[in-house]
Design a protein around this ligand. Structure first.
Ligand code: OGA
Ligand code: MN
Length: 209
């Protein structure tokens, strides 16, 4: 893995323009294969060490694990855990600044987790913003699957305006972004283990205390 990764300005501009025009963006080659591989390896190591836990639905005290809604296993990222994760967080930091410059979103931070869907797992239709917390503005999913085939299932299905659906295969190195509060989506049944890094750009909360 190279020590430094950067994002070309035209790619950042495409992301900004896509989000402004359509509410979502897909970049087929967001990171080089070497970084995808390093992140996938790290996800496997964390899983083998028992660090991934069944994902919960909801927030705060209302959180509960409901396998009928989502069957993935996750672990939240912290800075300083590995070179590969830090490279990923740095790139997403660049995206955050581009979104703030281009869309005036006032994004303050980025929270993200590894996600592993074992064969047979899915995530039913939902939106990424909580009823009691509207800080999540833009969702970003980076896929870590080498050699993913359409028959492996596990597509991200987005429900676009006008009743159209758009399916995306979770191909390694590709990134999908969408407006968290406006894009209903689901993960279709995966027949193969499916890896990703999923995160949310957040603005400052509006708690009144
Ligand atoms: C999520 C989610 C989509 C995907 O974790 O909230 O919708 O393609 N993930 O993994
Ligand atoms: Mn989601």
């Amino acid at each position: 893995m190279r020590a430094m990764h950067t994002l070309p300005d035209p790619m950042l501009q495409r992301i900004v323009d896509d989000l402004a025009e359509h509410g979502w963006s897909q970049q087929d080659v967001f990171i080089p294969e070497s970084l995808t591989l390093a992140l996938a390896t790290e996800c496997h190591e964390r899983a083998a060490a028992g660090q991934l836990a069944p994902a919960a639905v909801g927030r705060g005290e209302a959180q509960e694990v409901r396998e009928g809604i989502r069957g993935d296993h996750i672990q939240w990222l912290e800075p300083g855990e590995s070179a590969a994760c830090d490279a990923y967080l740095m790139l997403m930091g660049h995206v955050r600044l581009a979104l703030n410059r281009g869309l005036f979103l006032g994004l303050e931070d980025y929270e993200s987790h590894f996600a592993m869907y074992p064969p047979g797992a899915f995530y039913r239709r939902h939106v990424d913003r909580f009823r009691d917390d509207d800080r999540r503005m833009v969702s970003a999913v980076l896929y870590l699957n080498e050699g993913w085939q359409p028959e492996h299932g596990g597509q991200l299905r987005m429900y676009l305006k006008g009743g159209r659906e758009h399916d995306i295969n979770p191909v390694g190195g590709s990134l999908v972004l969408f407006l968290s509060g406006e894009m209903p989506h689901e993960v279709l049944l995966a027949h193969h283990e499916r890896l990703s890094l999923t995160g949310w750009f957040r603005r400052r909360g509006t708690d009144i205390f």
